[in-house]
Ligand binder design. Structure first.
Ligand code: SF4
Length: 597
């Protein structure tokens, strides 16, 4: 029963060799799709099994995988339509991004579930995928264009919005480079650099086939019920009006907003960065990811002052990472940097960290003007962040180090810089305070991919912060893995209070299969085991220290009330980590006891 597929998957994939400019169709094993569902699960499986161990992520034989899920293209539960996955070139870990673009739907409409890309084009290329073939279009004229301009040109030239592109950060192989959709850079550091290393500027997909759905009428009924529920829930209307910046109030109230590169907890008035101020003075309208009724983004413009005329999409990540954590308190400045992130194609949390780290190094005299092209890289200065981006992409002065990320730069800058760096397993951290809710530190530090701020938000939205336990961390991680396999946004079930039973119901109508929530959870655990095995294979010098937050979290006290004096205690964290290992069936060193399926 489980393997008789009536909908959901085509069981077909595309393998594309950029070096040879050839492609072929392959059949997906049906047991495999049933085990991994799609999205993160399938992408990880192919990266694990097809990519040679320890291959350099920037080498031609590294892989890019785009994986859809049975829910791709279904207007329910914020399906982000596809994930794009690579090996990170700076940390060797698996990284993926669930892409808020219709590319996943379009891929399904071409009759494929997954695309695996290998090789390197001889010259800049746009990959154009249709049902009748794969085309390697010359992208020389796009190569040096900013991602926003390149995307508009692609949408115009190909007549479809199912397009993603990289910016100069990607073409210059910068750490944190990612792909850009209409909503800006997606969360997924290094994906853009891997594309850049393959001379792959953009991917456009166009298809017209009907999606494979087992029971259309039953599915339509569930979708209507879901949309009615969204309409009838007042808190959701408020969310749709304000966007994800609405969460700022909650995070602020519970002292979870870090300021000035995690120096302290932000307790002052939210001021210009408050949801009300944003709505009143900057917001033009609300925007959602494709197929999602919850509008997390706001299109904002700067109406006066220095950056007048600048516009950008804005969500919570921008305000946390580019605002508070860089000491920037003017929304116009945040929007200016947000626009640059979209143009350069760089992950917002990564840039916020790189900038904050550099600002702190500058303050402590580790970096001087002579290293920064003459500009004072001080907290609060948007022009300093702009200059840094320029230096990084040109690999000039301090940009040479920062182009590899905070961890690498800290190694080069010496012990004091190393003690400042806020990274876990070499990856920068989301701008969330870790000393107040220890389980947040646990969640972010034990990730086997990159620390994911939406996973942290999923956990924070589950219950009152002081009631969160290690079991909740394990459950959040497992569930978010399932959601990533379904290429679904974790914020939707968190906001709508949905359980996996609701996903099982929808999957039944899409695929014709009964996949109970327990089976979904088993998939989430399977994926976690595989993520960790992938990490251990690529980074063999493992120790449990990899699962610890950076030393500053244990050493630097919060200086503001009501948590003055608070640090994360190492012994307390050790207990949490042991429990986490036990609940995830990892051994005492954090290695999986389970074999891969
Ligand atoms: S909940 Fe927000 S971030 Fe998630 S898919 Fe919907 S609009 Fe996008």
């Amino acid at each position: 029963m489980y393997l008789m597929l009536r909908g959901g998957w085509w069981s077909r994939g595309l393998f594309i060799d950029l070096s040879e400019m050839k492609w072929r169709v392959f059949e997906l094993d049906r047991g495999l799709v049933a085990s991994f569902l799609g999205g993160r699960g399938l992408a990880l499986h192919y990266l694990y099994s097809l990519q040679e161990p320890k291959v350099s992520a920037l080498a031609p034989n590294s892989l890019i995988v785009i994986a859809t899920s049975p829910l791709s293209g279904i207007p329910i539960f914020g399906t982000r339509t596809a994930v794009i996955a690579v090996k990170s070139f700076s940390t060797d870990t698996y990284v993926d991004a669930d892409v808020p673009s219709p590319i996943g739907t379009a891929l399904k409409q071409c009759g494929y579930d997954i695309v695996v890309v290998r090789g390197r084009c001889e010259k800049p290329c746009t990959l154009y995928i249709r049902e009748d073939g794969v085309f390697f279009e010359d992208a020389t004229d796009l190569w040096n264009l900013g991602a926003r301009s390149a995307l508009l040109k692609l949408i115009h030239d190909f007549g479809t919005e199912a397009a993603i592109t990289i910016g100069v950060a990607g073409t210059k192989l910068v750490h944190g480079a990612t792909v850009v959709t209409k909503l800006g850079p997606v969360q997924g550091p290094d994906i853009g650099a891997v594309m850049g290393s393959k001379n792959l500027k953009a991917i456009v997909i166009d298809g017209v086939k009907e999606l494979p759905i087992a029971n259309v009428s039953a599915l339509e009924k569930v979708i209507s019920r879901y949309l009615e529920y969204v309409k009838a829930t007042p808190e959701l209307s408020e969310w749709i009006r304000a966007g994800s910046v609405k969460l700022l109030e909650l995070l602020w109230k519970h002292s979870l907003i870090p300021s000035e590169y995690f120096r302290d907890v932000y307790v002052d008035d939210l001021g210009e960065l408050s949801p009300e101020h944003i709505e009143k003075f900057y917001k033009v309208y609300s925007v959602a990811c494709p197929l999602c009724p919850l509008s997390c983004f706001s299109l904002c413009t700067v109406r006066e002052d220095k950056y007048v005329g600048t516009w950008s999409y804005l969500d919570l990540a921008h305000v946390l990472a580019l605002g508070f954590n860089c000491g920037i308190d003017r929304l116009g400045d945040v929007l200016y940097i947000a626009k640059l992130c979209s143009d350069y194609g760089i992950d917002i949390m990564t840039l916020g960290n790189v900038a904050g780290f550099t600002m702190m190094c500058y303050e402590y005299g580790i970096i001087r003007r002579v290293h920064t092209g003459g500009i004072a890289i001080k907290f609060g200065r948007a022009d300093a962040v702009a200059k840094l981006l320029e230096l990084i992409c040109e690999r000039r002065d301090i940009g040479e180090y920062l182009a590899h990320g905070v961890d690498y730069a800290a190694q080069k800058l010496g012990d004091y810089a190393k003690s400042i760096a806020m990274t876990v397993k070499g990856m920068e951290l989301p701008a969330l305070e870790m000393r107040i809710v220890p389980e947040i530190a646990l969640l972010l530090s034990t990730s086997s991919t990159y620390p994911d701020y939406r996973e942290a938000l999923y956990l924070l939205l589950q219950k009152r912060f002081h009631e969160i336990t290690v079991s909740d961390v394990v459950s959040a991680r497992t569930t978010v893995n399932v959601l990533k396999c379904l290429s679904s946004c974790p914020l939707v079930p968190a906001l709508l209070k949905l359980g996996l039973d609701e996903y099982s119901e929808v999957l039944k109508y899409v695929t014709g299969l009964e996949i109970p929530s327990n089976d979904l959870l088993a998939t989430g655990i399977r994926v976690e085991v595989m993520l960790r095995r992938y990490f251990l294979r690529e980074v063999p010098e493992w120790s449990p220290e990899f699962d610890y937050p950076p030393p500053r979290v244990f050493e630097e006290e919060v200086s503001k009330e009501p948590f003055r004096g608070r640090v994360l205690r190492r012994d307390e964290y050790q207990v949490l980590l042991k429990t986490y290992y036990r609940e995830f069936e990892l051994d005492e060193c954090g290695k999986p006891r389970r074999e891969l399926p």
